[in-house]
Design a protein around this ligand. Structure first.
Ligand SMILES: C[S@@+](CC[C@H](N)C(=O)[O-])C[C@H]1O[C@@H](n2cnc3c(N)ncnc32)[C@H](O)[C@@H]1O
Length: 279
């Protein structure tokens, strides 16, 4: 069953949106993520493991908010023939996602749409088999608000797939200052999981990044900018882009690698006692 969506007023509030006080932010991400398949610290193999577990019915309606280059949704379309939407605000990523879908699942009923994810609402509340938002919790105003929003989208049996960063250890003040974060910006892995459970959701699975995943995610940004600088020495934005990535690399190597964790949390609604006895 194909699903559609319409535009509603954007939700208020955000945790931490990407900075936009200099070079066009979507150009920056296009350049820094040019060699990423997945724009998050997760391996393609781990993503495959998640896709396999979801066991969606053929044609199941889904939405992926902040779908990036569309890899998660394209894999769901390849594996299950899902229908629905990938929503992203970046014209560059939407272009990449459409090309990827066309090349790999040309008959797919998935549509990649360029818009603010906060404005997406499914045609019917609680109708989707899966709602995801991976790597952009600011769209809904934070982790809890993302869980609440996606919970309103999914059918009682539906999957809710979100991500969140977490502290692996107490962040030092220098790191907080250098990374423009506060201690309250993130919780622990257990607290991120508990946020779903407090909303009556069952945590069915997690994918936790390891150092390899992080090094690939961060390192590919350095590589992408290094390549871009050689190919586009005359880009007037180049100095700014290189400076920012140099700073981010230094912050990651000095503190972030040991301090910050990341995971995908896979929730679904708990089955009630009556459902359980009927099953
Ligand atoms: C860290 S990337 C994650 C992309 C994808 N989920 C993945 O894991 O590969 C964050 C994504 O959020 C998108 N984004 C940022 N703000 C958004 C918004 N307000 N609405 C929709 N997408 C947004 C960016 O364009 C980018 O593709």
């Amino acid at each position: 069953m194909p699903c559609s969506g319409r535009v509603a007023p954007a939700a208020e509030g955000s945790v931490r949106q990407p900075r936009s006080d200099y070079v066009d932010i979507w150009k920056f991400y296009d350049i820094t993520h040019r060699h990423h398949i997945i724009c998050n610290p997760i391996s393609p193999e781990k993503l495959d493991g998640l896709v396999e577990l979801l066991r969606l019915p053929s044609g199941a309606p889904v939405v992926d908010i902040a779908s990036g280059k569309g890899e998660f949704l394209v894999r769901l379309a390849e594996t299950y023939g899902v229908s629905g939407f990938g929503i992203d605000i970046s014209p560059h990523f939407i272009r990449d996602a459409r090309a990827r879908l066309k090349a790999r699942v040309p008959q797919s009923e998935v549509v990649f749409q360029e818009m603010d994810g906060a404005a997406f609402v499914p045609d019917a509340a609680q109708s989707l088999a899966l709602a995801a938002c991976i790597g952009a919790s600011w769209v809904f105003g934070g982790h809890g608000a993302t869980l609440d929003a996606l919970n309103r989208f999914v059918a009682p049996c539906g999957w809710i797939v979100v991500d969140m960063r977490s502290w692996l250890q107490e962040p030092v003040e220098e790191y907080l200052k250098a990374s423009d974060t506060t201690r309250a910006s993130f919780a622990t892995h257990a607290e991120n999981a508990a946020a779903g459970e407090e909303r009556g959701l069952e945590l069915a699975y997690t994918l936790v990044s390891n150092k390899d995943d992080w090094d690939r995610y961060e390192g590919l940004q350095w590589y992408s900018v290094s390549e871009y600088a050689r190919a586009h020495p005359d880009d007037p934005d180049l100095r700014e882009i290189v400076d920012r990535v140099d700073k981010e690399r230094s912050v990651y190597l000095r503190w972030g690698r040991a301090t910050l964790g990341w995971a995908i949390y896979v929730f679904r609604q708990r089955i009630s006692r009556s459902d359980r006895s009927a099953a």
